[in-house]
Ligand binder design. Structure first.
Ligand code: BGC
Length: 430
């Protein structure tokens, strides 16, 4: 058997091919979980109401402080929109996110955030804080962290009111308190698309992140958010926390990889699609392939000795298997490299299809985009989406097919610095 045939048999046996994903079934399960989450029934989707409406005018020439806590970086700056609605970001600074790699206490975590804000304490009395974790939002737009994802190590922060804790630290530093608006990065991304897309007259807006983690947001009618009684008529954005979607067709390889992580059994879709995990999943797949004779024993021994494999290293190899990197090791024969290429590509192809399902399901849930005059605007953010080889083009192809078959029109849109811009919109309008 050639290495190509051995890989094909391996992918078939472990059900790791795109064709092993039944798109209609996954989409149906997704919609069911969305409804259950909105009704407050058990669901793998938290479906968190954001208390953000998308139609408030954004004041021009008003400075707002913004902060963006993501899976890797903590970014701060100030934003001002011109009278033409063009955002201008200033005082921009990027530092590592506290709790990445090294555990921090609650005080260390909030002190670190407050320290980052101190230099711009006088810039504005308002702070739009894009906090990219599962956070329950209250009607006053503060947020309580429900649980960490992306392997952040700051366990005492779970359950805290993020805005109130931060204000306490700012006050103690003599910086005064601020009107802090907490929002998820998907909501910020949706708002960024809305604030810059007005001229196109989209019918609706969604926001999607494919970065270290993955998640989506869309706008739901208040009447359908059955777990919250007494809402006025209208609509609000919902943070789906869809990286947690639990009814994906997992393979034994996904399960084995998940068992090596800090939070097994959670964030199932995220672990099949997001940059924080694709490299690790790749290493799991390659090691299993070596054990099953798809790769040479020498390559298997090298793979077994690696502590981890980053998504970037895997992707760099797929982009050019001959550039320097971990796979440039004499233990890998040409047949091994060919097999690594095919296995890595299979993981990314499946990820692309699942990301397309992830993107299209909230679009379908809106019921909008029936006219090509007024498509749904899907703003996508996240370095994994834009930097991983061929991921974006593969996703776009699937999205076009899935929505085209249903007569739904959507445009995938990129807004640079969407989390910061959306945080500014929320900080100025909520
Ligand atoms: C978090 C989400 C976030 C997503 C993308 C996930 O791990 O739970 O809140 O939107 O990552 O950053």
């Amino acid at each position: 058997m050639s290495s190509i045939e051995r890989v094909a048999a391996f992918l078939r046996q472990h059900r790791l091919r795109e064709s092993d994903v039944d798109v209609a079934a996954v989409q149906g399960a997704f919609l069911e979980e969305m409804d259950a989450g909105l009704a407050g029934r058990p669901s793998s989707l938290a479906m968190i109401p954001a208390y953000v409406t998308i139609d408030r005018p954004v004041p021009a020439d008003t400075v707002v402080t913004v902060m963006d806590a993501g899976g890797t970086n903590l970014r701060v700056g100030t934003v001002r929109f011109s009278s033409a609605g063009v955002p201008e970001i200033s005082d921009f600074e990027r530092r590592p996110m506290p709790g990445v790699g090294v555990a921090v206490s609650r005080d260390e975590f909030f002190d670190c955030l407050a320290e980052r804000l101190r230099p711009m304490a006088k810039a504005s009395s308002r702070l739009g804080f894009c906090f990219s974790y599962a956070t329950e939002i209250s009607p006053d737009c503060d947020g309580r962290l429900l649980y960490w994802t992306k392997e952040i190590q700051a366990p005492d922060v779970v359950g805290c009111q993020i805005g109130a804790e931060l204000n306490r630290r700012l006050q103690a530093m003599g910086c005064g308190t601020k009107r802090i608006v907490i929002l998820n990065d998907t909501i910020a991304t949706l708002l960024a698309g809305k604030s810059l897309g007005a001229a196109r007259r989209y019918e609706d807006y969604t926001g999607v992140i494919v970065g270290t983690g993955s998640n989506a947001a869309y706008v739901e009618q208040n009447a359908n958010i059955r777990k919250l009684g007494g809402l006025p008529a209208g609509a609000m954005a919902i943070n789906m926390e869809s990286g947690g979607f639990g009814r994906c067709p997992r393979t034994d390889l996904d399960e084995a990889f998940d068992a090596t992580l800090k939070d097994p059994g959670t964030q199932i879709l995220e672990k099949m699609t997001a940059g924080g995990y694709l490299g690790g999943l790749g290493l799991q797949v390659l090691r299993t392939a070596a054990r099953e004779g798809v790769l040479s024993p020498a390559a298997g021994a090298v793979l077994a000795s690696w502590k981890d494999l980053s998504t970037k290293d895997l992707d760099d190899f797929l982009a050019n298997p001959f550039r320097p990197g971990p796979f440039q090791n004499d233990a890998f024969t040409a047949a091994d490299l060919e097999a690594v290429m095919l296995l890595g590509t299979a993981i990314l192809r499946r990820a692309a299809l699942l990301i397309a399902v992830h993107i299209t399901t909230p679009v379908l849930k809106t019921g909008h985009g029936r006219s090509p005059l007024h498509p749904v605007c899907v703003t996508v953010d996240g370095s994994t989406y834009y930097k991983t080889t061929a991921l974006q083009s593969r996703v776009e192809e699937h999205v076009r097919r899935i929505l085209g078959e249903r007569g739904v029109h959507a445009e995938l849109v990129r807004v640079d610095d969407a989390p910061l811009i959306g945080a500014a919109v929320a900080g100025l309008t909520a």
